[in-house]
Ligand binder design. Structure first.
Ligand SMILES: Nc1ncnc2c1ncn2[C@@H]1O[C@H](COP(=O)(O)OP(=O)(O)OP(=O)(O)O)[C@@H](O)[C@H]1O
Ligand SMILES: [Mg+2]
Length: 297
């Protein structure tokens, strides 16, 4: 264990970072896949409470893939993913909203509050935070040898049309940690399921966040099969081609696209970090060590 002197050294080493980040908004996407271990979840949320106490403004957007899968299975509803996005019919949408806003969101809020922080949970519907419209995906038609593209209907999957961050700003000002579930309303009152990575990027841009950290269940973006292929740095321009070539696939597609979008919206520091490693968030914020994948302009 560390001696008292070593602990004091650690604290003073963090001082320049605390000064640098004081008053800055840090958008944290907490992936459902990194959330499955309760002990680790507690560490992540305690790190976030610490960030708030030393003067940063953490905002959480969470996913919930595994929890949604668990409930879809219990209710015997089949689910399918296309390019990392969940095809969402009426029944699936009901389960997605119930699980994200009713179970996962409240669990995070409750844990933060029980550790002495002050969190408020909301979805994209609250305070008109997110306005969405139906998303169509352009996919190559496998039956067409010329590689013709066609629009694929994903059901109630939404694209973000507008973000109104006023409510989130007021919560931050009042000392709360906002916790956002990625469900939004359409202009006709429809309910849309939006991949949490896109919500994190768009909200980060709207809040003019200083940093976006995507906590997931891998160390970062891999360029090959083994862990030695972890890209410690990627430029935003490299991302579309990596997706096209199939190097970035599945759940990493929305994540990588979100990094690109956040950078285009002026978020300067964008990181994909392994949320399964204890204190990866603090290491990212408070040390010089580069961990995970940093995406730069
Ligand atoms: N090139 C790549 N490098 C790293 N991971 C990749 C790559 N291509 C695809 N992946 C997959 O992306 C997954 C991460 O996305 P996923 O959607 O599963 O998690 P999440 O977004 O953190 O959780 P949630 O969707 O519940 O919020 C990894 O577990 C990995 O299987
Ligand atoms: Mg995901």
């Amino acid at each position: 264990m560390f001696s008292a002197l070593e602990k004091a050294n650690v604290l003073t080493e963090a001082l320049p970072y605390i000064q640098k980040f004081s008053g800055k908004t840090i958008l944290i996407k907490y992936g459902g896949h990194a959330m499955t271990d309760q002990k680790l979840a507690e560490l992540v949320l305690k790190d976030i409470i610490l960030m708030k106490l030393v003067g940063m403004n953490p905002v959480i957007v969470h996913g919930g893939g595994p929890a949604i899968n668990e409930w879809l299975q219990k209710l015997e509803i089949k689910s399918e993913f296309i390019q990392g996005l969940r095809v969402t019919d009426d029944a699936t949408m009901q389960v997605v909203e119930m699980v994200l806003t009713g179970i996962v969101n409240k669990k995070i809020v409750n844990l933060i509050n029980s550790f002495g922080g002050k969190a408020v949970g909301l979805s994209g519907k609250d305070g008109k935070l997110i306005l969405a419209k139906k998303k169509y995906l352009t996919v190559e038609n496998p039956k067409n040898s010329q590689g013709a593209q066609e629009l694929y209907d994903l059901g109630w999957v939404g694209d973000i049309v507008n973000i109104d961050p006023a409510l989130v700003h007021s919560l931050i000002q009042e000392g709360y940690i906002p916790v956002v579930a990625p469900v939004a309303a359409g202009s006709q009152g429809e309910t849309f399921n939006i991949n949490a990575d896109y919500v994190a990027a768009a909200l980060g841009g709207a809040l003019k966040a200083y940093k976006l950290v995507l906590l997931t269940d891998v160390e970062g973006i891999f360029l090959g099969e083994d862990s030695g292929s972890l890209a410690s740095e990627l430029t935003a321009q490299e991302i579309p081609q990596l997706i096209e070539e199939g190097v970035i696939k599945g759940g990493m597609i929305p994540k990588a696209e979100s990094c690109l979008e956040a950078i285009n919206m002026g978020v300067e520091n964008v990181h994909i970090v392994d949320g399964r490693k204890p204190h990866s968030l603090l290491l990212e914020i408070f040390t010089k060590e580069g961990i995970g994948t940093m995406v730069v302009k």
